[in-house]
Write a protein that binds this ligand. Structure first.
Ligand code: MG
Length: 501
């Protein structure tokens, strides 16, 4: 294998050599997933699900190879490792814990359950019928409880689930975070709702648009952000936008196109670009190792939300692409002002994926509270629709008229993910801290003149390290600590300007 100064320890080199088998298998699984979401004919879903289920079992067997496991155990006792070598041990120890503690029968059954559940969820959502999905959702929550028991925890079983998505994240930490932001956001929202917006978005902004022109605009934006767009990075369409990376020379994102509201397509493209950039700018030496690209979902989401909120929603960005936006909506009436107001409109809505920067976090609080209560055994899945609707009314003053805009709206639970949502809010708050560090954004003096400075800063402070550091350590390395006040201040100042209060 390629030798480099970051990996020199002979045990680590042996580990990385074997790890390439796991990397190759994950690579193939990744392609199969990407294809499933983009180009696979719909009837292929049965065989693809079966194949992916088998592959995940094979991956577990390959990981639990006796020699490999003993190399990992051996590496845990070595003292003089580089930061990257330590990280390899840390990441593999995490995976090993997962594979050793979860019986393979459980992993296989869980994979089958989530494959089936996703299909049923789609049908239930289309029919607005929570009852249809309820038995599957019950099994998914039960399986997650079982998983928490297998993995072990100190205080709450929900801790074990959170830790799968963000290393070391605890229920207590998330509770305190939401406690800190809840009232300031409530106050801000009520000020916004009582204010008359200084400028009102015109109908031409939010209405229908030309999908072909929008797709050309997405290409143009990505080319502007990343010169090698089309060479080592591509964009496709899927039912829900996502990012996947096979290597730093082959990173892929998807976006979506709806019948109205071009902002959804544009901001989704920029959001996913933020994720992609992390992988594209990870150091060459980390390729094909267990620490290539980012593994902390909070750091990852801080990247996507930074690009979406601070680049995509900025006046200078809108100014740059205004004529393309005019083409997409067939209206020369569009102005920087009207688009800016529209991109930054605050309005309580039923759907998380459409939520603005202020109301977004209430959607996450609601999900966090529900997940925690079910996992800790104080809430039954059969009551979720009622609880959901009551919390929606409490937080945002609105009630879903049907399940597809309520409890059935997200895909996460059907795919087995419980404990994922909090990383969205935490990541968004962290995104504002990076902007603050770079001194870019609507309240800063440094104008956001193109992506060059930002990309370089992010590469040097975050991306090049891949998964070398945990969230806490990366912040420490940058002389920072997680501080929700930064985003609260940004929101307060930005929206008091837009809404004139
Ligand atoms: Mg994201």
């Amino acid at each position: 294998m390629k030798t480099s100064k970051v990996f020199t320890n002979p045990t680590i080199l042996k580990i990385l050599d074997y790890y390439k088998n796991l990397w190759a298998l994950s690579y193939a699984i990744g392609i199969a997933h990407w294809d499933l979401e983009t180009y696979m004919p719909p009837k292929g879903v049965g065989a693809r699900g079966e194949a992916l289920g088998r592959l995940s079992t094979i991956r577990q067997k390959l990981f639990l190879n006796k020699d490999f496991v003993s190399l990992i155990h051996k590496s845990q006792k070595i003292n003089n490792l580089t930061d990257e070598e330590k990280a390899v041990v840390r990441m593999l120890t995490r995976s090993l814990k997962f594979y050793e503690k979860l019986p393979s029968k459980f992993i296989e059954e869980f994979e089958n359950l989530t494959n089936k559940s996703t299909v049923v969820w789609r049908e239930a959502k289309a029919k607005n019928d929570f009852k249809l999905f309820k038995p599957y959702l019950t099994k998914i929550f039960n399986s997650n409880c079982k998983m928490a028991d297998y993995l072990g925890y100190v205080n709450s079983p929900y801790d074990a689930l959170l830790d799968q998505y963000e290393e070391g994240l605890t229920t207590k930490y998330v509770e305190n975070f939401f406690l800190e932001i809840k009232n300031p956001l409530k106050n801000l929202l009520s000020k916004i709702m009582n204010a008359k917006p200084a400028r009102i978005a015109t109908q031409s902004v939010a209405g229908g648009y030309d999908k072909q022109k929008m797709s050309e605009l997405n290409d143009k934006i990505l080319k502007y952000f990343w010169g090698e767009y089309g060479q080592n990075f591509r964009l496709d369409t899927s039912t829900h936008p996502f990012t996947t990376s096979f290597s730093k020379s082959d990173t892929r994102i998807t976006t979506w196109y709806h019948d109205r509201d071009f902002a959804r397509s544009l901001l989704a493209t920029i959001h996913e670009f933020g994720h992609a950039l992390y992988d594209l700018q990870s150091a060459d030496e980390l390729e094909m190792t267990s620490i290539a690209g980012g593994s902390s979902l909070i750091i990852h989401e801080s990247q996507s939300r930074f690009w979406e909120n601070f680049m995509g929603r900025s006046e200078s960005f809108i100014d740059k692409f205004l004529s393309d936006m005019q083409l997409a909506v067939h209206s020369s009436q569009l102005t920087v002002d009207s688009v800016y107001t529209y991109f930054n409109k605050v309005s309580p809505g039923l759907l998380r994926v459409e939520a603005d920067e202020v109301t977004y976090h209430f959607h996450i609080m609601l999900r966090f509270e529900i997940e925690k209560e079910v996992i800790e055994g104080r809430l039954e899945v059969r009551d979720l629709r009622e609880i959901w609707n009551a919390k929606m009314k409490d937080y945002l003053g609105i009630t879903p008229e049907n399940d597809s805009e309520g409890v059935l709206q997200d895909i996460h639970w059907s795919g087995g993910s419980v404990g994922y949502f909090p990383t969205y809010s935490l990541g968004t708050f962290l995104g504002a801290q990076w902007a603050d560090q770079m001194k870019v954004g609507p309240l800063q003096t440094r104008p956001l003149e193109g992506p060059t400075f930002v990309k370089l800063w992010l590469r040097n402070h975050i991306h090049k390290f891949g998964s070398t550091y945990t969230l806490v350590d990366l912040l420490k390395k940058n002389g920072m600590k997680f501080d929700p006040k930064v985003n609260l201040k940004y929101l307060q100042e930005k929206y008091s300007k837009i809404y004139n209060f």
